[in-house]
Design a protein around this ligand. Structure first.
Ligand code: NAD
Ligand code: ISD
Length: 436
């Protein structure tokens, strides 16, 4: 039975960054194995819902760590470093007591230390028994296999003159709808919320993006619940929906449907073996789980985060690539016995749709009044600040703007800078930022 000093279980974004950080912290050849069910070594997942859909990103071009500005790690990189990378290898059993992982092939791999990086998976509508959710033509997007299937389906739908429907108005919904429209497909988005990206966007921010989507020919159907899918010969032909407020069932013609209704952490392999929180694996500030020698990073890890707005500590999962990178670096140090200072994370999200690109730092508590700034009419440079009870900055959103503007906002949120609300009535982000 092969035994490694360290095994990373899961080959997502975080694992590639962990491999690099382990090497930087003294890992030697032969000491690490990475096990993944995917057929590819780690790549920058954000590319799948952006460049991949418009043909601008293909492997090996976006293997980790290019997204963080680092060296690209194609399969040969792992070979050169003496890292065993087991692709196409699903782990079916993880026994944390005996430190043994059983692969689908029956092979058992054991470890001294384990880093769990199993990530998350899409929430599937079949889980809710939504009628027709198992029809062909329904797509989810999480890995290269999904993205390849979607790219092929886009081409076939366009060729046949078909229509696309996107279920969900969050990250996947917004980015994929933009990708489908950029490929010339007629697209309708449907979701139950009052506005796009409701978990972050204020009504004013959402209005700008909704205008942009409508201008690009994407129909945005808000406040509707998908009740099922109609099909013929096992393939989807229509999306059925009702207004969230009730009323008559209606249908939207669709030969291609993309569903983005959230994600769930992949924790099932470890059920009953370690502590869980927020739907993920509970870790401390060293990314250590409740089981000795077992760490968790990336989307699956629920770590203690101190709220900028309230100072309260709670366990959260952050489904974002920056947390993948930083938690990987943190766990690598801890695993190598370097006892890093506790993980200190500033929530960050970004997205790119059509020609727009935004960043967000910190928190957007519903209890605070958002202060908007900039040019929302022209959809160029604009944003929003969220202030805490004492007028301190707790969150900042910026569309457009320069890298320097974004860096300034990031450090202002991290420092909880006090903001004079009257300084925000300015036309440009530069003037606004100068007022901070
Ligand atoms: P999300 O939470 O961002 O959005 C979910 C959307 O689905 C919301 O609009 C919600 O109202 C809607 N919804 C929920 N239930 C629904 C239902 N039954 N019918 C119709 N709509 C419903 O989740 P996502 O867009 O699926 O993204 C999943 C994950 O993908 C993210 O958490 C993130 O990890 C990753 N991702 C991140 C980025 C980024 O950071 N830029 C981009 C793409 C994907
Ligand atoms: O930024 C992102 C993005 O686009 C994702 O899909 O973070 C996620 C993942 O890379 C992290 O799960």
């Amino acid at each position: 039975m092969p035994t490694y000093k360290i095994v990373i279980l899961g080959g997502g974004n975080a694992s590639g960054y962990a491999a690099r950080a382990l090497i930087e912290n003294g890992l030697k050849a032969g000491e690490l194995a990475i096990i993944t069910e995917e057929n590819y070594v780690a790549y920058e997942r954000p590319a799948l819902s952006k460049g991949y859909l418009v043909g601008a990103a293909r492997l090996p071009g976006f293997h980790t760590c290019v997204g963080g500005g680092g060296e690209r790690q194609p399969p040969e990189w792992y070979g050169e470093k003496g890292i065993a990378y087991l692709t196409g290898s699903r782990v079916t059993k993880a026994d944390l007591a005996t430190k043994a992982l059983t692969l689908e092939s029956g092979e058992v791999v054991s470890y001294d230390k384990l880093i769990i990086a199993t990530g998350a998976r899409p929430i599937f509508l079949t889980e809710f028994k939504t009628p027709g959710a198992d029809l062909r033509g329904l797509h989810y997007l999480r890995d290269v296999k999904d993205a390849d299937a979607l790219v092929a389906a886009m081409a076939a739908t366009k060729e046949a003159g078909g229509k696309a429907v996107v279920v969900g108005g969050g990250y996947i919904g917004m980015e994929v709808a933009a990708g489908l429209a950029a490929n010339g497909l007629p697209v309708t988005m449907v979701f139950p919320d009052e506005r796009l990206m409701q978990r972050l966007f204020t009504p004013q921010l959402a209005a700008v993006y909704e205008r942009l989507y409508e201008g690009k020919g994407v129909k945005v159907l808000k406040g509707v619940k998908v009740t099922g899918f109609a099909g013929a010969d096992g393939k989807v032909t229509a999306v059925e929906y009702v207004a969230a407020a009730g009323g008559e069932a209606q249908q939207l013609e669709a030969s291609l449907v993309v569903v983005g209704v959230g994600a769930r952490a992949n924790v099932e392999l470890f059920a009953g073996q370690l502590e869980v929180a927020a739907g993920g694996i509970k870790v401390d500030g060293q990314m250590a789980t409740s089981v000795p020698d077992v760490y968790a990073i990336g989307d699956v890890a629920a770590f203690p985060l101190t709220s900028i707005a309230t100072g309260d500590v709670s366990y959260v999962r952050q489904e974002h690539v920056t947390h993948c990178r930083l938690s990987a670096a943190q766990a690598a140090k801890a695993v190598m016995g370097l006892s890093p200072a506790p993980y200190d994370y500033l929530p960050f999200f970004y997205s790119r749709v059509f020609s727009l690109s935004w960043v967000f730092y910190g928190e957007a508590p519903a209890s605070t009044t958002p202060l908007h700034f900039g040019d929302t009419e022209e959809a160029k440079t604009f944003g929003c600040l969220w202030l805490g009870a004492g007028g301190q900055l707790v969150g900042a959103f910026l569309e457009g703007g320069s890298a320097e503007d974004a860096a300034l906002l990031k450090s202002a949120v991290a420092a909880r800078v006090a903001v004079a609300a009257e300084g925000l009535d300015t036309a440009s982000s530069a003037a606004t930022l100068a007022a901070i």
